[in-house]
Design a protein around this ligand. Structure first.
Ligand code: NAP
Length: 248
């Protein structure tokens, strides 16, 4: 297997975590990598380390995304940028946090598809990887709106294959379980408490594990599209039944 058919990639959410690990791997394979995130300093550090091309922008800003990337002959688009929200029930989420989750986790992906997918289709060459989450495939108490945004991304990924049917463009959805990237520190007011709650003593995935899985997907033979890959920590499982026993 090789990545020889691909020369240029865009990775969103590249300033840290899974995205930064993936930029390192793609650069090591010789691809030109456009690294996208809001943190200019972190992207500049990654540029010095890897030689990637930094783009400090918000994926939710459709005008900036289209201005920067529309018309660029890109082979690989990895929609990886995403945020979590403070833990809570559906009805605990305020309107601003709901809007922000969907603007980044869903509209941000659509913005990059608008910029890159038509060119891939016209050139009959390309690979789109959407990083969703197991939260979008399972019932996910505690993170319901995040889960809904990732369920939307699951739906988009499935339909995108139909929109691109016959174009030779591959669409792959990667759905990880818990990754120790630091992302969960957004879920509580006290990052130290979140560290203890979500990471300490738990054998989570590392960002590099997911980046390696994406590299496998990208390097598969062109006739093969890994359409959905679930990647979970060995120690994490899902399911169960809640039953309320009526009193009296
Ligand atoms: P992370 O370390 O928090 O990284 C998130 C990345 O997204 C950062 O580079 C961040 O950069 C970028 N980002 C966030 N909002 C952005 C925006 N508006 N515009 C541009 N970039 C933005 O998290 P991660 O764990 O690597 O997560 C990567 C992806 O995997 C996400 O989509 C996440 O939902 C998904 N995922 C994570 C886990 C997990 O357990 N960690 C599990 C399943 C799925 P800036 O802040 O600099 O913009």
């Amino acid at each position: 297997m090789s990545l020889d058919i691909y020369k240029t990639a865009i990775v969103t959410g590249a300033s840290r975590g899974i995205g930064a690990a993936l930029v390192r791997r793609l650069r090591a394979k010789g691809l030109t990598v456009h690294a996208v995130a809001r943190s200019a300093d972190a992207l500049d550090a990654l540029k010095r380390e890897t030689g990637c091309v930094p783009h400090a922008l918000d994926v939710a800003d459709r005008a900036a995304v289209v201005k920067t990337f529309a018309g660029m002959p890109v082979d690989v688009l990895v929609n990886n940028a995403g945020i979590l929200a403070p833990a809570g029930a559906i009805f605990d989420h305020d309107a601003a946090s709901v809007d922000k989750l969907f603007q980044i986790n869903v509209a941000g992906v659509i913005n990059f598809l608008a910029a890159a997918a038509p060119g891939m289709k016209a050139r009959r060459r390309g690979h789109i990887v959407n990083v969703s989450s197991m939260a979008g495939l399972m019932i996910s108490p505690g993170i319901p709106v995040y889960a809904a945004s990732k369920a939307a991304l699951h739906s988009l990924s499935q339909t995108l294959r139909i929109d691109l049917h016959g174009s030779n463009v591959r669409v792959s959805e990667i759905a990880p379980g818990r990754v120790k990237s630091g992302m969960h520190l957004q879920m509580m007011d006290d990052p130290k408490a979140a560290q203890e709650r979500y990471y300490d003593g738990l054998r989570c995935l590392e960002p590099e594990d997911v980046a390696d899985a994406i590299m496998f997907v990208l390097a598969a033979p062109e006739r093969m599209d890994v359409t959905l890959m679930e990647i979970n920590p060995t120690d994490q499982s899902y399911g169960g039944v809640n039953y309320h026993r009526a009193q009296g």
